[in-house]
Design a protein around this ligand. Structure first.
Ligand SMILES: [Zn+2]
Length: 272
C-alpha cells in the first residue's frame, strides 16, 4: 500500500493548493484527484466486509473535518493478519456498537486491522471523503461533527504497533490529508487529546509525532514525483451505488450525547 501512495499522482501545484498557496479551484482539483486516483489506498467497502445496514441514513456534513483522530480498538493483539480476520473484526465492532452501545451504525469512519487491511466504517464514509464531506461518526464525544476517526486494531498501552498496520495508517492519513486539504502537523491527533481516555494507548500516542512526519514525507514525495508512466488505471476502490450519502437535514442522532469512551475507559490504568 505504501508503494502505491508513494508513486502517487499529485502534482506540485496540487500540493501547493492543498497548503493554500494557490487558488481554491486547484485545491478542489487536488483533493478530488487524490481521492479518486491510483494513489488512494485500497479500502474494503462495507459490502465487502459484510456490514449490516445502518439503522438510519448517515448524517453527512457539507464540509471537511478539521482533525483526524487516531484510536485503538482496545481488542486483543492478535497474530492473525489475514483479510478474513480483518473483515470479521469490522463485523464484530459494528455488532458491538449497534447492540451494546445502541448506536445507529459502527462508530468510526475507517478501521485498520493489525494486518494492515483498511475497511470503510460508518455508511457513506468513502463517498463523503471523495466529496470533501464528513459523515458524522460516533467516535469522539462532543467532537463528532468536526473530526474523522480511524480505529486501529489492538491495544497499544505497552505493545508496539505492527508494521503493516503502521504502513496503512500512514497511507490512510496521507490520503485523508490530501482529500480534505489538511496539514498533518496539526490535523492528526489522538483520542485522548479530546476525551478522557487512554486511547490510543501510550505507545501509539507517543508515535503520533512520527506519524505526522511520515505523512508529511508521503505528501512531499507525491509533491515531487509525477504520475508513473504506463501504469494501468484501475477503478477507484470503494465505489458503488450501495452507499448513498445521507441528507444534511437528517434528524440529529442522539448518539453523540450517549457516546462514552467505554471501551477505552475500561482499560484505564493498564500499562501505566
Ligand atoms: Zn478512541
Amino acid at each position: 500500500m505504501a508503494a502505491i501512495v508513494r508513486e502517487g499522482t499529485l502534482r506540485r501545484d496540487v500540493l501547493r493548493g492543498m497548503l493554500g498557496v494557490v487558488a481554491a479551484d486547484v485545491m478542489m482539483a487536488g483533493g478530488m484527484m487524490w481521492a479518486n486516483a491510483d494513489a488512494m489506498p485500497r479500502i474494503y467497502t462495507r459490502r465487502e466486509w459484510g456490514a449490516v445496514p445502518s439503522r438510519r441514513p448517515p448524517r453527512v456534513l457539507d464540509r471537511p473535518p478539521d482533525h483526524i483522530i487516531v484510536h485503538h480498538t482496545a481488542t486483543p493483539n492478535v497474530s492473525d493478519l489475514s483479510r478474513r480476520h480483518a473483515f470479521s473484526l469490522s463485523r464484530a465492532i459494528q455488532r458491538d456498537h449497534m447492540r451494546n452501545q445502541g448506536w445507529d451504525d459502527i462508530g468510526e469512519q475507517l478501521t485498520i486491522s493489525r494486518g494492515g487491511h483498511v475497511m470503510e466504517g460508518r455508511a457513506g464514509s468513502l463517498p463523503a471523503i471523495r466529496q470533501g464531506r464528513l459523515v458524522v461518526g460516533a467516535q469522539s464525544l462532543r467532537h463528532n461533527d468536526h473530526t474523522i476517526g480511524i480505529e486501529n486494531e489492538g491495544t497499544y498501552l505497552e505493545d508496539d504497533v505492527p508494521g503493516r498496520l503502521w504502513d496503512s495508517l500512514v497511507d490512510v492519513c496521507a490520503w485523508l490529508c490530501a482529500a480534505y486539504r489538511l496539514d498533518p502537523a496539526v490535523a492528526i491527533v489522538g483520542h485522548r487529546d479530546y476525551n478522557d481516555t487512554d486511547c490510543p494507548g501510550d505507545v501509539l500516542y507517543r508515535r503520533l509525532p512520527r506519524l505526522r512526519t511520515e505523512v508529511e514525507r508521503v505528501l512531499e514525495d507525491a509533491h515531487h514525483g509525477g504520475p508513473p508512466p504506463g501504469r494501468d488505471p484501475h477503478p477507484p476502490p470503494g465505489g458503488g451505488p450501495h452507499l448513498p450519502p445521507g441528507l444534511d437535514d437528517d434528524p440529529p442522532s442522539d448518539e453523540r450525547r450517549r457516546l462514552t469512551s467505554h471501551r477505552h475507559r475500561r482499560l484505564r490504568g493498564h500499562g501505566r
